[in-house]
Design a protein around this ligand. Sequence first.
Ligand code: LLP
Length: 418
Amino acid sequence: MHLFKYRGDELFAEDVPVEKLAEEYGTPLYIYSYNTLLRHFRAYTDAFNDYPHIICFAIKSNANSAILRLFAKNGGGADIASGGELYIALRAGIPPEKIVYAGVGKTEEEIRFALRSRILMFNVESADELREINRVAGIMNIKAPVALRINPDIDPETHPYIATGLRKHKFGIPIEDALEHYRVASRLKNINVVGIHKHIGSQITKVSPFVDALKRVLILMDKLSIQGVNIKYLDVGGGLGISYRDEEPPLPKDLAKSLIPLLKGRRLTLIIEPGRSIAGNAGILVTKTLYLKRGEDREFIIVDAGMNDLIRPSFYGAYHHLLPVIRKKRDTVLCDVVGPICESGDFLARERELKRVKHGEHLAVMGAGAYGFSMSSNYNSRPRPAEVLVKGREHFLIRERETYSDLVRNDRIPGFLR
Ligand code: LLP
């Protein structure tokens, strides 16, 4: 449930008209709803209330410092995928003892940074990485807390680009090799085995893949305990889907209802790493209509947001609802809504039936709060959009729009070209 709703014919972000925000801050503009973010975060903490747990928000879905601070203030942790995300998380006030670090390609520098920061654990994705963490921890004369990321070979039935838990994927350690890897890990001098991790994919719209994957991991844990490997943290990853079009994904409470009974009698701290299900429907991207153009078999609505601002439609063929910021009684047309970038793949919607829009009118791209701004780029040398957080009647700029000078800030012209 989100708080971007029409009042009459005007779209509101909580108690503020979106049109007003678009006028004040300009477009393209990301707008987030504070109360939606909080509600979605609390849906997790309430659902898992009866079991020791940490909600580690997946920062890759939205790395804005203000949003991370919001979670930090409410007891949240972070799932990170890079040194940059660690930096942002710590700076936003997320305690290191609530930070877990996954990713197949951690560099020595990143490992050092995480060890120095005393994060909760590394979610290790290969034997090679395990040896490297052991080596670096040895130099620093400390023990690195690790979980092994297990690939349980479960099909999450989602888009192939965002499935991660199948045998063919680069992620994690195949479940059948896990015992051996744990044996090796527990013998390494500077490794402290504390956990087990799995993450099977994203935008999952059923509970069953989570249940099946957890069952497999629990069988492994039983075998580990016979071998004397004691797991304290069970990290089940993220992946719960949201409704972009007409999906009806389970809620955190449905997930909790299915998972917690499986954990009865085990003394564990559960870690959950949601990203999209917290931030996705808590944000929209507002864009302005620049031009209209009649193509051979469809109309083109040319808007000021491009694939550099929101890449999901181009990259995954993802569907996002497009809503007029001010509803008008107009006829419907079949159209492509496209951005200004020099690529045919630059579109927000294809072959979409939309009410006619006119030059200068605003459209809201719904469900843009996760993997929206965080995947944006400067392609075509476009400054990235501003981000605004709305709380009731109040609104706050939480990231300034980039300027032209930001685009060249890190460029250097060598002396011989001066
Ligand atoms: N934990 C790990 C280890 C992950 O790799 C991810 C996402 C998450 C948690 C959070 O998953 P979520 O709850 O958000 O589904 N860019 C794609 C999604 C890529 C997801 C990558 N990993 C998209 O726009 O759909």
